[in-house]
Every structure is written in structure tokens, then in C-alpha cells.
Design a protein around this ligand. Structure first.
Ligand code: MN
Length: 448
């Protein structure tokens, strides 16, 4: 084949040139697109980086918020413990003095006034207890401690508590306990009492005529387990359907104006429903306006073993008051409470020495023999826990043991455990009721 002519070669080169130009153009366009992509990627990277930084900041802020809300919760619990103390201490004085006053010579008019002071202070205490209970539940600080109880005795005691109010309101109080209901069950007695008494008190409060009935029966709950079913029925004003879902909410009453007509904190049912849930049970109601209400509570029931013959039966009459006068040391800084304790104890014939703080109590105990010590917890100079520990430490060498009963206005969870772990033998929370004080002293008297 002959060599290409120069013109054909030029033509070939020209075409090659065109093709290469096109290719270069393509590559440069691709490069431009790649550069654009690189810019976009860089932008996206920066955006993600910024977002990550923001998220990290948010996470930090949230964890700080969590920390500060935990701190706030703790501060709230501490505040409540202190408020509890601050409120109960004067309440102790008011209620105790009213009780002492009622035992003196009074004209009918004076008696009426004092009775009113006493019943008002009791209502006030109920309100305070409601608020403290609710706060404890909200803070998750309320626990359930089941123990074996004689159910029928516990129920009679609840009914006795409302019987007077029923009678005054002209209401019939009915009670039915199904024979299948076990004699002894394992339940938190204080919390069960609180729930059922709240329902009974509500029934009495909202019923103007007719009757209030507590019926108790055994029923099967899920998976064959048994439950005790309490039903509190009244013939009262009832609760309209649209309000029924609300009444277990805190701070809500069926009728906003009800507070004015009927009083109360509006916390009773909210507390009851939370307590029932903590006990693993269920609470609900059936009601229609004007035709009365029935509140139902089912608590899982574990039958308790029959009681040992040597233990004190539940609901038994309190131990008798000590027959001989005791030498009692009262360590208490509040003058009103000092006076109250002294008067209650002296009326029983006991010899009382007062120490205004833990240090003085310690000195008194070192120099004089005492049969029993009533020990306030919060005192200046030396508190009740320190004083108790010092007494227990020096008893170590002699092997003696003076009963120490804590008297404290602290009513928060763990106070009882704390008192007992600090070497105290028993615990009484203020406001101090003369009957409770004498009962506890009576418990220690046989050993004295
Ligand atoms: Mn004190």
C-alpha cells in the first residue's frame, strides 16, 4: 500500500486533533463536576461537623440539666424534711396542749373552744401529711413494707375511725367480710389503712343521706393469684362520668368549687391510687352523679402463716401503763415540747428530768440513774443521735441498757430505721400523742 498522501495525513491529524479536543473538553468538564462535588462534600462535611458540635453541646447541656434537676430533687427532699420538722414541732405543742387543757376544769363554752382547736389541728395535720406523702411518692421515696396482719381486726379499727363521723352525719355504716377472705394476709398495714380510710372518709364526706358500706371479698386476679377486693360504696352525690378519669390526678377535685364546699387538699385519691399501684394492686370507681359511688381496690393477697403464739396479736389492747413510777430523762430543746412531755409523764406519776440538749442529757445520765430516756433528734450543741451513741458506747463496759425512745419531728422515710440503727430502741414522731407516748413507755415498762 502506498504511503499516505500528505493531505490525507493532515486530514487524519486534524480529525485526531478534533477527537482529542473533545476528549479534553470531556475530562475538563468531568474535572469541573468533580471539583463541584468536592466543594459540596466539603460543605456537607462542615455542616455535619457543626451539627455534631451542636449535638455535643446539647448533650452537655442536657446532662447538666439532669444533674441540676437531681440536685433540685434532693434539695426538695431536704426542704421537705426540714419543713416537716418546722411544721410538726409547733403542731406538737398545739395538739398536746389542747389535749392537756381538755383534762382540766373547763366551762362548757371553754371546752367547746378547745375541742375546736383540737379538731382543727387534727385536720391541719392531715393536710400536712397528705402533702408530705405526695411529695415522697413523687420523689420515689415512699416504699411499701408488707407484714402479716389480722385483716378483720385491721378492718374493724378502720371502721371505728369513721363510725363517729357517720353517726354525726346520720349515715348508716355497713360492713360485710366474705368468709373466704383469709384471716391473716401479708400487706403494708399502714398503707392499706391509709387507702381504705381515705375512701371511707370521702364516702362519708360526700354523702348527705343513706349509707356507707365497706365490703371485702376474695377474688382471683391474673394467673390464678388471689386478691383481696375492697369495695367502698356510698349513696352520696356521685361523680359525673366526664370527671371520673380526672379524680385520681393530683390537685384535681371533681368539681373545682368542691374545695369550698367540702374542703380537702385534692390529694387523697391521687395518693391512694399511687399507693395501690405501689402495692401491686388496682383502684377504680363506678359512679353516677346523684346516685352514689363505689370505689374498688384490689390488692394482691398473700396469705400469711398463722401467727406464732408468743407474738402480740395485731390490734390487741396496748400494753398496760407501768405500775411503778419511772425516772425519765427528757432530752428536748423546745420549751413547749418540754412542758408537754413533762405534764403527760408527771400525770402518770413519773419523775421527770429535762435536759435542753444532748450534752446536758449525757451529763444528766452520767450523774443520775434513769429508767428511760426520751430523746429529741434535733437539738443544739449535741443532737439526739450523737448523745445516744455516746450513751451506748459507755454502756458497753457495764453491759447495762437504758431504753431510749426517739422523739422526732422528722417524718420522712428512713427516719425510723435511722433512729434504730443509731442505738435507739423505739421511735415516736411528733406531734406527740399522749396515748402513743404512754403505749411505748408501757412496752418498755415490763422490762424495767
Ligand atoms: Mn428539737
Amino acid at each position: 500500500m502506498a504511503a499516505c498522501s500528505p493531505s490525507a495525513e493532515i486530514e487524519h491529524l486534524r480529525q485526531e486533533n478534533v477527537r482529542l479536543r473533545a476528549e479534553v473538553l470531556e475530562v475538563s468538564e468531568a474535572n469541573a463536576r468533580a471539583a463541584e462535588l468536592m466543594v459540596e462534600l466539603e460543605e456537607a462535611r462542615e455542616l455535619l461537623h457543626t451539627q455534631n458540635q451542636e449535638l455535643a453541646c446539647q448533650k452537655l447541656a442536657l446532662s447538666e440539666a439532669l444533674k441540676s434537676s437531681e440536685a433540685a430533687t434532693n434539695a426538695k427532699a431536704l426542704f421537705l424534711a426540714n419543713m416537716s420538722h418546722e411544721i410538726r414541732t409547733p403542731m406538737n405543742g398545739i395538739m398536746g396542749m389542747a389535749e392537756l387543757l381538755l383534762e382540766t376544769q373547763l366551762s362548757p363554752e371553754q371546752r367547746d373552744y378547745v375541742e375546736t382547736i383540737k379538731s382543727s389541728s387534727e385536720s391541719l395535720l392531715t393536710v400536712i401529711n397528705d402533702i408530705l406523702d405526695f411529695s415522697k411518692i413523687e420523689a420515689g421515696k415512699l416504699t411499701i413494707s408488707p407484714q402479716p396482719i389480722e385483716l378483720r381486726a385491721a378492718i374493724s379499727s378502720m371502721l371505728r375511725t369513721v363510725a363517729m363521723r357517720c353517726q354525726q352525719a346520720g349515715l348508716k355504716l355497713l360492713n360485710e367480710i366474705h368468709p373466704q377472705v383469709p384471716e391473716r394476709i401479708l400487706v403494708d398495714p399502714d398503707r392499706l389503712r391509709q387507702v381504705i380510710l381515705n375512701l371511707l372518709a370521702n364516702a362519708v364526706k360526700f354523702t348527705h343521706a343513706g349509707e356507707v358500706e365497706l365490703s371485702v371479698r376474695l377474688e382471683q386476679v391474673e394467673r390464678g393469684a388471689a386478691g383481696v377486693h375492697f369495695a367502698v360504696r356510698d349513696t352520696g352525690i356521685g361523680i359525673p362520668a366526664e370527671k371520673q378519669a380526672l379524680i385520681f390526678q393530683p390537685f384535681v377535685q371533681a368539681d373545682g368549687s368542691i374545695t369550698r364546699c367540702y374542703g380537702g387538699t385534692g390529694l387523697g385519691l391521687a395518693i391512694s391510687s399511687r399507693l395501690v399501684a405501689l402495692m401491686g394492686g388496682r383502684i377504680w370507681l363506678e359512679s353516677s352523679a346523684g346516685r352514689g359511688s363505689t370505689f374498688h381496690v384490689v390488692i394482691p393477697c398473700v396469705a400469711a402463716a398463722p401467727q406464732a403464739s408468743d407474738s402480740l396479736p395485731e390490734g390487741a389492747p396496748p400494753a398496760p401503763a407501768p405500775s411503778r413510777p419511772l425516772r425519765i430523762l427528757v432530752a428536748e430543746d423546745n420549751p413547749v415540747n418540754q412542758k408537754l412531755a413533762v405534764r403527760i409523764l408527771e400525770k402518770q406519776g413519773h419523775a421527770v428530768t429535762v435536759a435542753p440538749d444532748g450534752l446536758a442529757a449525757l451529763q444528766a445520765w452520767e450523774t443520775n440513774p434513769f429508767d428511760l430516756i426520751l430523746m429529741d433528734v434535733q437539738m443544739p450543741r449535741m443532737g439526739g443521735f450523737d448523745a445516744t451513741q455516746a450513751i451506748r458506747a459507755s454502756e458497753h463496759s457495764t453491759g447495762s441498757h437504758v431504753p431510749i425512745i426517739a422523739l422526732t419531728a422528722h417524718a420522712m422515710k428512713g427516719d425510723q430505721e435511722r433512729c434504730l440503727s443509731q442505738g435507739m430502741d423505739a421511735y415516736l414522731s411528733k406531734p406527740l400523742r399522749p396515748a402513743n407516748l404512754l403505749e411505748v413507755i408501757g412496752r418498755f415498762a415490763p422490762a424495767l
